[in-house]
Ligand binder design. Structure first.
Ligand SMILES: Cc1cc2nc3c(=O)[nH]c(=O)nc-3n(C[C@H](O)[C@H](O)[C@H](O)COP(=O)(O)OP(=O)(O)OC[C@H]3O[C@@H](n4cnc5c(N)ncnc54)[C@H](O)[C@@H]3O)c2cc1C
Length: 400
């Protein structure tokens, strides 16, 4: 039977797990990562993750630390302005439009948008440069046994390994979280997101636009031009049955409905990718750590896709964990390090899960009175410059 000894075992090779492998590998730690699903690194292959992720400033810095940003930069679309549009009146036309400009708080854009399938490709290319990182694709985490000084992990192919630290980056149903006996509280909204790319005649001007009416936000995020035409990624949140109906519409009808729901933001929208449907939930693990185990990303927290918080919170988890590991490498995975990790991350994560939950409920509102209240709220909040700037800074990851 194969027996391996490593510093860090990472369960899960989604964007968070792969970034963790690149970052800890670049810092000189011995890393083994396992995932039962081999990563798909080509957008044409069935099952490719066609979503995009907006990496906010701190996440971009972390990707640079992991040695992966230079590879990603040529494909990244900057986000200079976040535009909130309320179209909750009788007709789906804008009645309140407010621009949050990164220039008010920084000399850089808020962030940069990248395709998830491309992120996997470039993260794997970076990992291939690191001889101290081993990726076991097609093999899953199976079981965990921990003692004070090490964790023992068994993989689905029977491989056994010992690690000083196990990182659970294995998604919202995290097997590592379950094996470590950490509970999680889940909130369901009965809501789904339809994701797709569109081309349009008007340029996006590096503006990310959230249009609120009912059912959830309709968000357009800038992408680089596609065959000479302006292009954006869209996340369209609706109640589950409505999302299923939209995803099944023929293209011409879908284009017309998407254009109407976008409140005419960039003129007529034309579908430029497959459509995918994602369930929307909020979830928070009771703890970020257990003996020899740290939970990161969706294994620890899931939020609706509003304000680009999800993966950005995940990279903040990784930055914190790496910071602690590098400050005291001999104590990697010990009780003190993991207690510090939990203490530093859990309050911020809790605040963001609650905040995004509230924003999502406000955006879902069907009742015209609540929709009016939302529009008034956006106006009032925007009118107070110091509050507006604080909110922008919080959105970028500053601590409350
Ligand atoms: C529509 C939508 C749009 C979004 N947009 C943004 C955005 O703009 N910005 C942002 O910051 N966030 C965004 N998010 C959130 C972001 O996509 C997620 O936070 C991120 O994809 C989750 O990454 P993850 O690696 O934690 O989980 P996953 O991608 O779910 O990866 C988990 C991995 O664990 C693996 N796994 C499962 N079981 C095992 C096992 N037994 N052993 C080992 N591995 C296992 C799975 O195969 C999978 O590869 C969005 C989310 C949605 C739904």
């Amino acid at each position: 039977m194969t027996q391996i000894k490593t510093d860090i075992f990472i369960s899960g090779g989604g964007v968070a797990g792969l970034t963790a492998a690149a970052a800890f590998g670049a810092a000189g730690f011995q890393v083994v990562l396992a995932d039962p699903m081999p990563p798909i690194t080509d957008e044409k292959t069935e099952g490719a993750d066609l979503r995009t992720t907006a990496f906010l400033q701190p996440a971009q810095q972390f990707l640079a630390t992991a040695g992966v940003w230079d590879r990603l930069a040529p494909f990244a679309a900057p986000l200079q302005i976040m535009r909130i549009v309320d179209a909750g009146g009788a007709e789906p036309t804008p009645r309140v439009t407010k621009d949050f400009n990164a220039a008010d708080i920084s000399d850089k854009p808020f962030g940069w948008n990248l395709s998830n399938w491309l992120l996997r490709r470039e993260l794997l290319a970076r990992i291939a440069e690191l001889p101290n990182v081993e990726v076991r694709a097609g093999i899953g985490f199976q079981s965990l046994f921990t003692r004070t000084n090490e964790a023992r992990v068994t993989l689905t192919d029977g491989t056994r390994l010992t690690a000083r630290l196990v990182i659970g980056a294995d998604g919202r149903g995290s097997p590592v979280r379950e094996a470590a006996g950490i509970g999680a509280k889940t909130t369901r909204y009965g809501q789904k997101a339809v994701t797709f790319a569109v081309t349009h005649s008007a340029p996006h001007g590096n503006v990310s636009t959230e249009v609120h009416r009912s059912g959830g936000p309709f968000t357009l995020v800038p992408l680089p031009d596609l065959e000479g035409q302006p292009c954006s990624a869209v996340v369209w949140m609706e109640d589950g049955a409505e999302a299923a109906r939209l995803a099944a519409l023929d293209e011409a009808t879908f284009n017309a409905e998407a254009t109407r729901r976008s409140a005419g933001t960039y003129g007529p929208l034309t579908l430029a990718s497959r459509r995918m449907v994602w369930p929307i939930i909020s979830q928070l693990a009771d703890r970020m750590s257990a003996e020899r185990v740290a939970l990161v990303a969706e294994a620890a927290h899931v939020v609706p896709p509003i304000g680009a918080q999800g993966l950005n919170m995940s990279l903040a988890d990784l930055a914190c964990l790496l910071d602690l590991a590098q400050a005291a490498p001999d104590q990697l995975g010990d009780a003190q390090m993991l207690q510090s990790y939990h203490r530093r991350r859990h309050p911020d994560v809790m605040l963001r899960v609650k905040g995004v939950d509230l924003l999502n409920r406000a955006s879902q509102a069907e009742n015209p009175l609540l929709r009016d209240l939302r529009a008034t709220g956006v106006e009032a909040l925007y009118g107070l410059a110091p509050l507006r700037k604080t909110i922008m800074k919080l959105g970028l990851g500053a601590r409350g």
